[in-house]
Design a binder for this molecule. Structure first.
Ligand code: DMJ
Length: 648
């Protein structure tokens, strides 16, 4: 399960060889080598002895035989000054007679002396070797072996070190202590909640993906392929760092160094692993500067690449980390891939290309963008399903909530993350939002702005908790929107924040349901039992935070605090925090899952809401859809490798 640890060595990185692991092939090579060495030794001694014996034969016979051989092979035949073929077929050079003959004799003599001296020296060396004791010989062989191992190490320095890239300026990783004592107190409380969530996981679920806070044991779901990848550790790292929980951060880092292995036979969700693991590891790397996070992110990213081997280059939803075999969710329309899944890779993949110099990541996401740009869009809307074999849309269902949400988010964030140079992404975002506003956003009879869902030509007046993130997205995208509509989009963000707050406020627990309706006299309330749950989701609090940053309207802190109190009151148990099954019941039952995104997102957004704005300023950081902050890449006139015409 362990991977070779990397240690710095004079500016480069080479693997430390663990015994019996990566050193094994070298060991085999040296064994073969020592056998060869002994054979060679014996052979050279034998040959030398033969030659030696030959030289010590009586002079006459020795000279005669030698002359014959040399003449036949080396000495030019003297006949004519031209080169030509002898009757025997040998190539001969014809010379001039007596003087030459004398010179040849001298040359022959000196050559003979040289050969004799060489052979005598070789014989002497062989004799000395044979005089050496076994131990001396062994020691010599060992020295030779070590030399070979060293040479091999030099030739094979293990995993290719990543190219040095300028670390983007990481601004705003400050303490962020708010000047208002009241905000400080609330922030301390959020930090305490994070401690409780982390400590509980540490105690009962360490190494598992998530925690069952009531059963007090590990938990996992199919998005992680039922393998123990420590999702909560990876997802929580940057929150711990931002909150200054450095011992806990170190604990997490140690687990990752020693245990996080992606060579497992696990079928994982490409999207979830990208946003939680790659996003989490990259953010931890940028915040802490610890190389291990970057290396793990790259190792994992390599495992995801086979998912793109489809006829269209639209990735499969799932991939087996070991075999690289991909497939789609059984429930997805007509074997389709999901818009919010294949459309939520851009931020992380651009950073991967930036950090590794490998153009593959950038090219994969740009290929997806190009392919989507060429497709017809019903009413300008993007359906949630796209078949990766045929390249055709599946069911015409459009949503800014589940299945669609972060696709739109990443168009905007691609532009922001590129220091606003990726204008293609911005234009695609603007066009998509315009169509969404025209076809999906409505006002309820009670005056609440909501985002419905488009299903086969019909607007469903239902909004999911997931769609509540869009309030923050509209506010974040306000600046830079076309036709001077910045004020309009900030207002739209505020209206969505208000509606989502209503969905919380109209429940018994003051926590929002999974989905709520604006139909038949209903205003922001859930109807079906299976829509009444709250699973510690972040989207409403996320929107409060963005709205706070852009307006500093104190109501957003107030609303955030209401949610924090409700979570602490109704979701907190002795073994962590749990989701609840019915937010309209005063006596709710627990779902017994502490989701990893509770630590990655919900608590992070709450903490930032009560911090000063100089902690993670939005000019320098862009939060991925799992709230993992990635720095804006001020690439200037540097082009990313692969930014030439995209290929697959
Ligand atoms: C998170 O994993 C991400 O925010 C994702 O984009 C949507 N759902 C969950 C949280 O609800």
């Amino acid at each position: 399960m362990t991977t070779p640890a990397l240690l710095p060595l004079s500016g480069r990185r080479i693997p430390t060889l663990s015994p019996g692991a990566s050193s094994f092939p070298h060991h085999r090579a040296t064994l073969r080598l020592s056998e060869k060495f002994i054979l060679l030794l014996i052979l050279s001694a034998f040959i030398t002895l033969c030659f030696g014996a030959f030289f010590f034969l009586p002079d006459n016979s020795k000279h005669k035989r030698f002359d014959l051989g040399l003449e036949d092979v080396l000495i030019p035949h003297i006949d004519s000054p031209k080169e030509g073929k002898h009757a025997s077929g040998q190539v001969v050079i014809h010379g001039q007679g007596g003087h030459d003959e004398h010179r040849h004799r001298e040359e022959e003599e000196s050559l003979r002396d040289k050969i004799r001296a060489d052979h005598e020296r070789a014989l002497q060396e062989a004799k000395e070797k044979l005089r050496k004791s076994r131990d001396e010989l062994r020691a010599e062989i060992q020295t030779e072996k070590n030399k070979v191992v060293e040479d091999l190490k030099k030739k094979d320095p293990g995993p290719k070190p990543l190219p040095p890239v300028p670390m983007p300026k990481v601004v705003g990783v400050s303490d962020g202590e708010p000047p208002e004592p009241d905000a400080k107190e609330k922030r301390d409380k959020i930090r305490e909640m994070m401690k409780h969530a982390w400590d509980s996981y540490r105690q009962y679920g360490w190494g598992h993906n998530e925690l069952k806070p009531l059963a007090k044991k590990g938990h996992s779901t199919n998005i992680f392929g039922n393998s123990q990848l420590g999702a909560t550790i990876v997802d929580a790292l940057d929150t711990l760092y931002i909150m200054g929980l450095h011992d806990e951060f170190k604990d997490g880092q140690e687990w990752i160094e020693q245990n996080l292995d992606f060579g497992v036979n696990a079928e994982v969700s490409v999207f979830e692993v990208n946003i939680r693991f790659i996003g989490g590891l990259l953010a931890a790397y940028y915040l802490s500067g610890q190389e291990v996070f970057k290396l793990k992110a790259v190792q994992l990213a390599e495992k995801l690449l086979p998912a793109f081997n489809t006829p269209t280059g639209i990735p499969w939803a799932m991939v087996n980390l070991k075999s690289g075999v991909g497939r789609n969710w059984g429930w997805a329309s007509a074997g389709s891939s999901i818009l919010a899944e294949f459309g939520t890779l851009h931020m992380e993949f651009v950073h991967l290309t930036y950090l590794t110099g490998n153009p593959a990541y950038y090219q994969k996401v740009m290929h997806i963008r190009k392919l989507l740009a060429k497709m017809d869009r019903p009413n300008g809307l993007y359906p949630n399903y796209l078949n990766p074999r045929t390249g055709r849309w599946g069911q015409h269902h459009t949503s800014v909530g589940g299945l669609g949400d972060s696709f739109y988010e990443y168009l905007l964030k691609a532009w922001l993350m590129s220091d606003k140079t990726d204008t293609e992404a911005r234009k695609t975002y603007d066009d998509a939002i315009e169509a969404i506003e025209r076809h999906l956003i409505r006002k309820s009879n009670g005056g609440l702005t909501f985002i419905g869902e488009w299903k086969n030509g019909h607007l469903e007046r239902k909004m999911g908790h997931l769609a509540c993130f869009a309030g923050g997205m509209f506010a974040l995208g306000a600046d830079g929107s076309p036709d001077d509509k910045a004020g309009h989009y900030l207002q739209l963000g505020a209206e969505i924040a208000h509606t989502c707050h209503e969905s919380y406020d109209r429940t018994v627990l003051k926590l929002g349901p999974e989905a709520f309706k604006f139909d038949s006299g209903l205003e922001a309330v859930a109807v079906r039992q299976n829509e009444k749950y709250y699973i510690l989701r972040p989207e409403v609090i996320e929107t409060y935070w963005y709205m706070w940053r852009f307006t500093h309207d104190p109501k957003y802190r107030q609303w955030g605090w209401e949610a924090a109190q409700a979570i602490d009151k109704y979701c907190r148990v002795s073994g962590g925090f749990s989701g609840v099954k019915d937010v309209y019941s005063s006596n709710p039952t627990y779902d017994d899952v502490q989701q990893s995104f509770f630590l990655a997102e919900t608590l992070k957004y709450l903490y930032l809401l009560f911090s000063s704005d100089d902690l993670m300023p939005l000019e320098n950081w862009v939060f991925n859809t799992e709230a993992h902050p990635l720095p804006v890449l001020h690439l200037g006139n540097i082009t990313l490798p692969g930014s030439e015409p995209a290929q697959r």
